[in-house]
Design a protein around this ligand. Structure first.
Ligand code: ADP
Ligand code: MG
Length: 693
């Protein structure tokens, strides 16, 4: 063996050390053993078959479920200087022939194929003429009925293996750890006495949060606006919801796209492409989006609805932070989500025992949404991992805010539900408590109930939200069906009797929000101008904390500006228009198009400290712009050129020649050759202009 796996990792990928499990899996494959690697999304499975492919003679065949994924991986490999190609339905007859010709001459180390190809006799004959030393099955859970993305053509893999001249080593990879799926992979792929490696499922750079009882739309808008220069995925349960959310975000000036099975192939492909290329910032999608989305700089994944089980959740949420930088995984829970998922299970035509299994998994998912324990531990324990101590970073662990005592309000709600004989849904109950004169309320004579108008001071929406909290906390439940009715649970009685109190936790929104310094600066300047003009001190106009909140929430209309602390009706009247204009202008210039270079004020560069090293945010932006240009030229997504984390490190270390550049994580020989000069020049020029000695 001329080179060791570790040398290749450095030389091609620019990584200094293996991630957990990679070395063992590679050794096992090189040692000629069938191997099953179970690693979480983002755990680094690709390297586990790509490095053996380089070390072994002949060609490695990779079975990969998605055309877009194949193209991405092949692009990335070619950029690393590794000869690879794919064969799938996007090619015509002659292109396939040509690739086979090259493959027979040993010109590819890796050949990616879609599983459907294996159903063609002709293709199998062609495969038989190659020297195949390794077959790698990516997303191997697709072979199992129990997995969530069953692909019938994966069943052809076993027969393909028999067509080959000599049986190659077979390696299978998945992020799904359930025993049923594991057994299916070993059995249906006919792995022979495989070595099985299960690496830890922990993703330490991800943080988890559950948001309950909040208005989801408001939350989402605030969240995205506070993260407006970052890429994120919003998962929703239905196509219709995706359409609505996408339209809503677009209307708010956020660059959002959508993805679901109801769109044409072309539209889906275009939208996915735009997202991968950082041309749109937010992807709203059903669970149809994602298998094999290798985009590494997804900074957050928000589930607008609860998904069907923990496996699906962890896989989808795991698409955040593949580059190892922080990622946020937020689940916006409301009780309707349960109804939606129950409905999906009811509608499905699977065998009864599988249906029961699905209900069981759903219940575990629901419990996750209600748990007050550490969320990370909950997930890891589900995957059979022992945990030691809480993560101190999830919304459960961090939920140390003061609890508001809402016993009296809860009593009013419970007693109203009882008086309405537990025969109505949330809206009606809220209307009665509000004291509404709606036709239905009057028709039932509810205006004569003693609870009528008891919560007059609240809005109907606030009452409904509070009812949702009480459901989430287990005091109320909803019946099944299209029009769920409110029922009291056993927990409500002691509250009504005055034996127990009810507290409301205010979910931490703080951590989800980043103050935008540039916008704050701009608002401060505006305040200064006004203060000079009116000859009053700036804080009389708005306090710093008000400006900070504006910079965080980015209100663009009067109503949302009014909800900022410190903005009352009078100030809204006086200053509202000017501040709104400033915010809107700012958003237009900066926000939504994350590929666009920031026009920063000509003040000193913004510096951010991390691990004692100072990162220059302005330099980072420049690097990002250069990457974007190169990505457009080369027609590959930006992260194929360099990951965000690599650019961050460049902005911190400011290398000015090849040697230190090569020492940065993610810079290997091929990338250095390809892009090194341009990035070095940029950094050099930047340093000269900004930091004269
Ligand atoms: P998976 O297929 O398991 O979801 P990938 O193979 O796509 O994960 O890898 C996830 C990310 O981790 C990629 O950005 C990849 O470049 C990076 N990565 C893989 N191996 C290493 C390593 N040894 N050191 C640092 N980063 C790595
Ligand atoms: Mg993968």
């Amino acid at each position: 063996m001329s080179q060791s796996a570790e040398q290749l990792l450095k030389q091609y990928y620019g990584f200094l050390s293996f991630k957990e499990g990679q070395q063992q899996i590679i050794d096992s494959i090189i040692g000629g053993r069938d191997t099953l690697g179970i690693m979480p999304t983002g755990g680094g499975k690709s390297v586990c078959y790509q490095i053996p492919a380089l070390l072994l003679p002949g060609t490695t065949i990779i079975i990969s479920p998605l055309i877009s994924l194949m193209k991405d991986q092949v692009d990335a490999l070619n950029k690393l200087g590794i000869p690879a190609a794919f064969i799938n339905s996007s090619l015509d007859y002659f292109e396939v022939e040509e690739r086979f010709f090259k493959a027979r001459r040993g010109q590819y180390k890796l050949l990616y194929v879609a599983p459907e190809r294996l159903e063609s006799q002709r293709f199998l004959a062609l495969l038989g003429s190659l020297n195949v030393s390794l077959v790698a099955v990516d997303e191997a859970h697709c072979v199992s009925h129990w997995g969530h993305d069953f692909r019938p053509s994966y069943l052809s893999i076993a027969s393909m293996l028999q067509e080959l001249n000599s049986r190659p080593v077979v390696a299978a990879f998945t992020a799904t750890a359930t025993p049923e799926v594991r057994q299916d992979i070993v059995g249906l792929l006919r792995l022979s006495d495989p070595d099985v490696y299960i690496t830890g499922f922990d993703r330490p750079n991800l943080s988890f949060a559950i948001i309950r009882g909040e208005n989801k739309r408001d939350y989402l808008q605030h969240y995205i606006q506070a993260h407006r220069r970052q890429a994120g995925i919003i998962y929703a349960a239905t196509r219709k919801e995706v359409d609505n959310l996408c339209a809503l975000l677009q209307k708010k000036g956020i660059s959002a796209g959508r993805y679901h099975a109801g769109l044409s192939d072309q539209e889906r492909m275009d939208n996915q492409e735009q997202f991968l290329y950082d041309d749109i910032q937010v992807m709203t999608a059903t669970n149809a989006f994602g298998m094999g989305i290798d985009k590494s700089n997804v900074r957050y994944v928000v589930h607008y609805n609860m998904p069907k089980n923990i496996e699906a959740y962890y896989q989808e949420a795991g698409r955040a932070g593949r580059d190892g930088e922080p990622g946020e995984c937020i689940l916006l829970f409301s009780p309707q989500d349960i109804q939606i998922q129950r409905f999906f299970i009811e509608q499905s035509t699977v065998a009864p025992e599988r249906q029961a299994n699905e209900y069981h998994k759903l219940q575990i998912m629901i419990d996750y949404c209600y748990t007050s324990g550490c969320l990370r531990n909950y997930i890891l324990n589900y995957f059979g991992e022992q945990t030691f101590g809480d993560c101190h970073r999830c919304s459960s662990c961090n939920d140390d805010r003061e609890l508001a005592d809402i016993t009296v309000v809860a009593q009013k709600i419970f007693s109203c539900i009882i008086r309405m004989r537990e025969n109505f849904g949330r809206i009606m109950v809220a209307e009665v408590l509000k004291g509404s004169k709606s036709k239905k309320v009057l028709q039932f004579g509810f205006d004569r109930l003693s609870t009528y108008g008891l919560l007059q001071e609240m809005t109907e929406k606030e009452i409904v939200d509070l009812i949702n909290v009480l459901i989430a906390e287990g005091y109320l439940s909803l019946t099944e069906g299209q029009y769920p009715l409110l029922r009291l649970t056993g927990n409500a009685a002691p509250v009504l009797n005055g034996q127990a109190n009810v507290f409301q936790k205010v979910q931490p929104r703080k951590q989800a929000v980043v103050v935008d310094d540039l916008l704050f600066e701009r608002l401060r300047l505006l305040r200064k101008e006004l203060s000079a003009r009116e000859n009053v001190p700036p804080y009389i106009i708005f306090s710093d904390s008000t400006l900070h909140e504006m910079a965080r929430l980015c209100p663009t209309d009067k109503e949302s500006l009014l909800s900022v602390k410190g903005v009352g009706a009078a100030k809204l009247e006086h200053y509202g228009a000017l501040f709104l204009e400033a915010i809107r202008n700012y958003l237009q210039e900066h926000g939504q198009n994350i590929g666009i270079e920031e026009k920063k004020p000509a003040t000193e560069p913004l510096l951010k400290e991390e691990d004692g090293q100072i990162e220059d945010a302005q330099l980072f932006e420049r690097l990002r712009t250069l990457r974007k240009e190169l990505s457009a030229q080369a027609n590959v997504p930006p992260y194929v050129i360099f990951h965000d984390s690599t650019l961050h490190e460049m902005a911190r270390l400011c290398p000015t020649d090849r040697e230190p550049l090569l020492s940065i994580k993610g810079v290997g020989n091929a990338r250095l050759e390809h892009y090194g000069a341009q990035f070095l020049k940029l950094i050099g020029d930047y340093l000269q202009a900004n930091r004269p000695k």
